[in-house]
Design a protein around this ligand. Structure first.
Ligand SMILES: [Ca+2]
Length: 503
């Protein structure tokens, strides 16, 4: 509480400063003249392999590293669902998947239909709009782009994840198994197209730069959702050249690692459309996939660099809050596959950073944080009233305080009644059939040894269990995950195409 008071005092000081100093343009009545703009950057399927997070050696992300150094970086941030659709629905509604029942994919326009938890929810950009902001968005922000009418100005989104070469790499799916039928999955990779300007992400940055060069009578909210490094992993050759394959290190992997996890975990993990680590090892493709993923990260990093360069030249840089986030992590061979879709660390942990005039620079917070906090944190940083429906907490007190708090935790949910809780040191996972996993990161950072039945952890397990969500809503009727329907409640309801479900 003390820090909130301190922060309020700081905001008031800031208000006075702006009111006296820089507010010169005429504002609409409902707009607070000192309001900070928001630059909202989403990067699809970006795991924590950033230079600034120091979690992988072969990565090259100078622009994101620079951005992180200008503000506060969360090294232990976790998504609320390890899948694009439900993760983004959670960020944009400010509600947990367990509250909304949005556990699977959902069309953007249906997030607010037939669901008592969301029918009157105000989406994050709308909340800013309601408080006098001019809102703009392009690319993948919600699952597809955004529900109709959410942005004052929408740049839309190029459908799919192209451009794609005519000849695509077809992994043979380990011979003859079911996997083969998905041969041309979304996990293929290569150098394509020839130049960056053919990539939708490049075009999105152009669109955003054009808007950053304008002047506004109101504060603005500008959202930009990058599509890479989401599969398929195609970017121009120069990004591959940055990561010579002979220098690539493979991800931590132990072949018998999954011998000690419950059957639900194995079912969830068994996504026939994604390559397995064993296949990648035998075919010699493992390093090639990682190289392509790193190439995609470097491509996006370069695009973020272009954006920031233009931003710094604009009139808005010093009075804008920047947030950069990803919707979940991504596994490049860890736990047997190349995918997100799991309640383990490399699938839930994702980058989260904030830059704002009132925040410290070069601060890294290692305590767990949730992507659900993005909504309330942005309101807090911009001095807007808190939204009573937000289930996440504002991270502003944590970002302003000295040292770090130790009692934070983050919850990720995949399907009804499957949750994981990450504390500073431990991860507890509980599945719908009661199966459990428990990992001690102090001596097992890769979550190889399931300690759920180790009696010496009984106290820690009990504590983490007490944080499990009290509400576990039934599946939203418009939300589905039918590609691999393990989830008990989902078995009867299969809808949607495979293509939709990959995302
Ligand atoms: Ca294991």
């Amino acid at each position: 509480m003390k820090y909130q008071t301190l922060f309020s005092a700081f905001v008031i000081a800031l208000v006075v400063f702006w009111a006296c100093g820089t507010a010169s343009t005429e504002k609409s009545e409902e707009t607070d003249p000192k309001s900070l703009n928001v630059l909202f950057i989403a990067v699809d399927d970006l795991n924590t392999w950033l230079g600034c997070l120091n979690k992988y050696s072969n990565t090259k992300t100078p622009n994101m590293d620079k951005l992180a150094a200008e503000g506060v970086l969360f090294s232990n941030a976790h998504c609320q669902a390890p899948l694009c659709g439900p993760s983004r629905a959670s960020i944009m509604t400010g509600l947990r998947p367990s509250t909304t029942g949005i556990y699977g994919m959902i069309p953007d326009n249906q997030i607010r239909s037939e669901n008592p938890a969301t029918e009157d929810i105000i989406f994050l950009p709308e909340y800013f709009n309601n408080h006098g902001y001019h809102t703009m968005g392009i690319g993948k922000l919600f699952h597809s782009h955004a529900p109709e009418g959410v942005f004052d100005e929408s740049g839309g989104r190029v459908k799919g994840f192209g451009p794609l070469p005519a000849e695509r790499f077809v992994w043979d799916g380990y011979g003859t198994s079911d996997r083969a039928q998905y041969g041309r999955t979304s996990t293929d990779w290569g150098a394509y197209p020839t130049v960056d300007s053919l990539m939708p992400d490049h075009q999105s940055v152009d669109w955003a730069i054009e808007r950053l060069e304008r002047t506004y009578d109101q504060p603005f909210f500008l959202g930009l959702g990058f599509l890479r490094p989401h599969v398929p992993l195609y970017v121009p050759q120069k990004w591959f050249d940055l990561h010579p394959v002979e220098e690539i290190e493979t991800a931590p992997y132990q072949p018998d690692d999954l011998d000690d996890v419950p059957p639900v975990a194995l079912k969830i993990n068994d996504l026939p459309m994604m390559p397995t680590t064993e296949w990648a090892k035998e075919s010699g493709e493992w390093k090639n996939i990682i190289q392509a993923y790193l190439a995609c990260i470097s491509f996006v990093d370069h695009q973020i660099g272009r954006l920031m360069e233009a931003f710094k030249q604009s009139d808005h840089y010093n009075n804008t809050v920047i947030v950069l986030w990803s919707d979940h992590g991504y596994r490049l061979g860890e736990k047997g596959t190349f995918a997100k879709h799991a309640l383990w660390e490399p699938a839930t942990n994702a980058p989260l950073m904030f830059v704002a005039p009132q925040l410290p620079k070069e601060k890294v917070i290692h305590a767990p944080a949730e992507m659900l906090s993005i909504y309330p944190t942005l309101l807090d940083l911009c001095g807007l009233p808190a939204y009573e429906k937000n289930e996440g907490i504002s991270l502003v007190p944590k970002m302003l305080m000295e040292g770090s708090s130790e009692d934070a935790y983050a919850i990720t949910t995949f399907g009804m009644n499957n949750h994981t809780i990450k504390s500073d040191r431990f991860r507890y996972i509980q599945y719908e059939d009661g199966g459990a996993e428990f990992y001690d990161h102090e001596n097992d950072p890769h979550e190889w040894t399931n300690e759920a039945s180790n009696s010496s952890y009984v106290h820690e397990i009990k504590k983490l269990k007490s944080f499990l969500p009290k509400i576990n809503a039934h599946w939203d009727p418009n939300s589905s995950y039918s590609f691999q329907p393990y989830f008990v409640e989902q078995k009867e309801r299969t809808s949607g195409s495979d293509a939709e479900l990959v995302r």
